[in-house]
Design a protein around this ligand. Structure first.
Ligand code: NAD
Ligand code: DAU
Length: 333
């Protein structure tokens, strides 16, 4: 049976991947609610069938906009957020408005209409791990966020949990590790280095480059979210990860290699203040309880496809590039 989904932030990187994924794997229809901030783009929804996907340009923190869209939806899948740590260090205020007030506004509408709700969150709510820590994050790891971004995501998770317990909202939550793939804004690590190299600029590694991220392809994130929406237990949290730990230095070296350059041809730049050292996800619960498995198991192949996408889709990313680099230049990055 087909559903009607309200996908917030569906013109951003992961939200648009989910919309494309839903079009390919279900009969569902979708309304995307997206403010089209600097991070959102109509072009990210190019190719989706117009009789199944509608884009509403609006703010999740605006109750009058949100109310009728939640009322008509069978489920809300909530991706919209201010998502970039470096921006949150420059100006935290939009992170509070969107990530906290926006989530609150959606939850209140879901409460009024009894709408199923899935909240998208991040592994960053757990803080960071030592490089040699044998443990990885699990659903039981205590919250310990480091940046204004991750603190507001942690706050949004706690709001969702409270609305489940206090008001019976039919919500599930997921916390995913670092995504890569097509249509990611060039402010983020992997697309920044790929597009730098296309422009003849050397990749930029924060600090020593020892920091570890646990990479997952955005399509695997999308398949996990659809699995939780279909079969997850209300009130529960599921961690999403694909065993993809790599240091930033290793990733830069791989990109250089894939783009035909010497693996040492990068620069160390000013480190991020409060930079989390390592994230690592144990996704046993999602795999054993809901039977989910990642499809992208070869990071190098996924990265090669991502490099090819940025080479072939310069019209998509070019408008973002100069302003992004100018912003980084101001802080020596
Ligand atoms: P993104 O920055 O690429 O996209 C965010 C989207 O939200 C944009 O289209 C933007 O226009 C929209 N938006 C922002 N503020 C809005 C508002 N007030 N009202 C309506 N729309 C608004 O982000 P992303 O990387 O795709 O992340 C999406 C979600 O996934 C976020 O909740 C993020 O915390 C989470 N997440 C991201 C990652 C990752 O690696 N990128 C990993 C785990 C979880
Ligand atoms: O873990 C999930 C999180 O992953 C999501 O919640 C965030 O929305 C998403 O942005 C991402 O956060 P990170 O801060 O890990 O991603 P970012 O792409 O900004 O940086 C990845 C790593 O690369 C991090 O250790 C910082 C480093 N870095 C980043 C940039 C932009 C560099 O070394 N050089 C760079 O130029």
């Amino acid at each position: 049976m087909s559903r009607h989904l309200l996908v917030t932030g569906g013109a951003g990187f992961i939200g648009s991947d989910f919309v494309h994924y839903v079009m390919a794997h279900t009969e569902d229809t979708v309304t995307v609610l997206d403010k089209l901030t600097y991070a959102g783009s109509r072009d990210s929804l190019a190719g989706v069938p117009s009789d199944r996907v509608r884009l509403v340009v609006g703010d999740i923190a605006d109750a009058a906009t949100v109310e009728p869209l939640v009322a008509e939806a069978d489920a809300v899948v909530h991706y919209a957020a201010e998502s970039h740590n470096d921006n949150s260090l420059d100006d935290p205020s939009p992170f509070l408005t969107t990530n906290l007030i926006g989530t609150f506004t959606l939850l209140e509408a879901a409460r009024r209409h009894g709408t199923r709700f899935h909240h998208i969150s991040t592994d960053e709510v757990y803080g960071d791990l030592a490089l040699d820590d044998p443990e990885r994050f699990t659903e039981a790891t205590p919250y310990n966020p480091s940046s204004p971004y991750s603190a507001t995501k942690a706050g949004s998770d706690l709001l969702v949990r409270a609305w489940v317990r206090s008001f019976g909202v039919q919500a599930t939550l997921s916390n995913c590790s670092n995504n890569y793939g097509p249509r990611q804004h060039v402010e983020k690590f992997i697309p920044r280095q790929i597009t730098n190299l296309i422009d003849g600029i050397r990749p930029r590694l924060y600090g020593a480059g020892q920091n570890v991220r646990d990479w997952i392809h955005a399509d695997d994130h999308s398949s996990a979210v659809l699995t939780i929406l279909d079969r997850g237990t209300i009130g529960e949290t599921y961690l999403i990860g694909a065993d993809g730990e790599k240091s930033n230095k290793e990733v830069v070296e791989l990109i250089l290699d894939l783009m035909g350059r010497e693996s040492t041809d990068y620069e160390h730049v000013t480190d991020r203040p409060g930079h989390d050292l390592r994230y690592a996800i144990d996704s046993t619960r999602l795999r054993t309880e809901l039977g989910w498995q990642p499809s992208f198991r070869d990071f190098e192949a996924g990265l090669a496809a991502t490099v090819a996408w940025y080479r072939e889709n310069e019209a998509w990313w070019r408008p973002q590039k100069a302003a992004t680099e100018a912003k980084y230049a101001k802080v020596g990055q």
